[in-house]
Ligand binder design. Structure first.
Ligand code: GUN
Ligand code: ZN
Length: 436
């Protein structure tokens, strides 16, 4: 067991949702659970806990804030090198930049060096759990899982399914793609902190037979994740309605193939209606909201107010490389900008506690990992960041004048980036390791 003394930010347990707790002089005690995972044993005010844990080795970080590691609910590790590629919209962006680049991942060596850079970048930015796309090449999945395993990181990924409307070099073959998916599930799902995600890219790139096969695998492996895209862009939606003229909506195509269920995560969900929202809620499916991507590609604005009213799961994601930043602070700020669109009647926009929760404990709930990651309640795996609010002159000046927790959180959301993350600490089976 080991303890850390600093300010501590975490969240009340589930029923209270986005309610943040801030201990200005706190103590976080971590140690192994029955399965030898490094988990939080106790958290609270230093004065209250110190007598109980007096003999423990304690690291003291004055002026720093310990907070849960961030979760990125939707990111494409192979697209790290296409960040910032301008296009008229999603479909030309895929065709001109994304697909040509993803072809390189047929090589395990290429995937391995990209995975190594990607995971270092997640950690530099304080992201300790990610649900990432790979490419259609099984080697790209092996490369990312192997790198995540090396760091003891909690990570989910999967081989992209795309057997139509995709160029040579990334297009896969229906039957083989499903065999490959199952073999990868058996090799990786549940190994250490790794999880498999069945990954139909989006409706236009998957034949009906491939979607059907994906749904059958999802039924056979109910605790694997499913990840895809839905209702991101108007041209994409028109294309889906040509492919499925009888479908009520784009989302309903996934429903038809058994691909909406708990642990299914749909990026974007921008142009959906209340019937779709009710379906998301009824199936326990989650939206991965990616505001920097939606702004960069001109895709549209997620409707946070309607999502809250409908009560379906949703959390924040970078969507790199459509998204423009690995930093959760940039994503939270973009969500705030977008939130102004729909919430003028109910308030300014999303509150800072709500933004932060949707990138940590709320994202964990949406991923089916509540109580496992994204919070620092006892029992949670000990993944956390150490924030330095003095990291830049402007942030130091603004944070020093914060008169409330909301003001402090807001200052970090608006002015923060990777410089604010002083350390990222990953729970390890054999003990905590500092990675930054
Ligand atoms: N829809 C299908 N593939 C993709 C992708 O790679 N990025 C985004 N943003 N949308 C997609
Ligand atoms: Zn995406």
């Amino acid at each position: 067991m080991k303890a850390y003394r600093a300010s501590i930010l975490y969240f009340a347990s589930s029923a209270k949702g986005a309610q943040a707790i801030f201990e200005s002089d706190g103590l976080l005690v971590v140690g192994p659970d029955a399965r030898s995972r490094e988990v939080v044993q106790a958290v609270g005010a230093h004065a209250a806990l110190a007598p109980r844990f007096a003999g423990l080795p304690t690291e003291h970080w004055p002026g720093r804030i310990i907070a849960p590691g961030f979760l990125d609910m939707h990111v494409h590790y192979p697209q790290t090198d296409v960040i910032g590629s301008p296009a008229e919209g999603l479909l030309p962006w895929l065709e001109n930049y994304t697909f040509p680049h993803e072809k390189r991942f047929s090589s395990l060596e290429y995937g391995a060096q990209a995975a190594s850079f990607f995971i270092a970048e997640l950690l530099r930015n304080g992201v300790t759990t990610a649900l990432s796309f790979a490419t259609s090449h099984p080697a790209s999945v092996n490369a990312l899982f192997a790198e995540a395993q090396k760091h003891g990181l909690r990570l989910m990924t999967g081989k992209c399914l795309m057997d139509q409307h995709s160029p040579d070099g990334v297009r896969d073959a229906t039957e083989q793609s499903l065999l490959d998916t199952e073999a990868l599930i058996q090799r990786w799902h549940g190994v250490d902190r790794l999880g498999y995600a069945i990954t139909p890219r989006f409706v236009p790139s998957c034949s009906a037979a491939q979607l059907r096969g994906a749904g059958e695998l999802a039924a056979r492996y109910p605790d694997v994740w499913i990840q895809s895209h839905v209702a991101e862009n108007r041209e994409e939606i028109a294309w889906v309605s040509q492919l499925y003229p009888d479908a009520r909506s784009y989302l309903s195509v996934y429903e038809q193939f058994g691909l909406l269920r708990p642990r299914s995560v749909y990026a974007h969900c921008l142009h959906i209606d209340d019937e779709d929202r009710a379906l998301m809620r009824a199936r326990g499916a989650a939206a991965a909201v990616s505001p920097t991507s939606n702004l960069f590609l001109g895709s549209g604005f997620f409707d946070y107010a309607s999502a809250d009213r409908a009560g379906f799961l949703h959390g924040l994601a970078s969507d790199v490389g459509g998204g423009t930043s690995f930093s959760p602070f940039h994503t939270m700020l973009a969500a705030y900008y977008v939130g102004r669109e729909g919430q003028t009647k109910t308030g300014v926009s999303l509150s800072p506690q709500n933004l932060w929760w949707r990138h940590t404990a709320g994202a964990a709930r949406a991923l089916g990992l509540e109580g496992v990651v994204g919070n620092l309640q006892p029992g949670c795996e000990a993944d956390f960041v150490v924030l330095n609010p003095q990291a830049t002159p402007l942030l130091a000046r603004r944070a020093a004048q914060a008169a409330s927790l909301d003001e402090l959180l807001f200052a970090m959301i608006v002015l923060g980036d990777d410089r604010l993350i002083e350390k990222t600490v990953i729970s390890q089976a054999a003990g905590v390791r500092l990675l930054k």
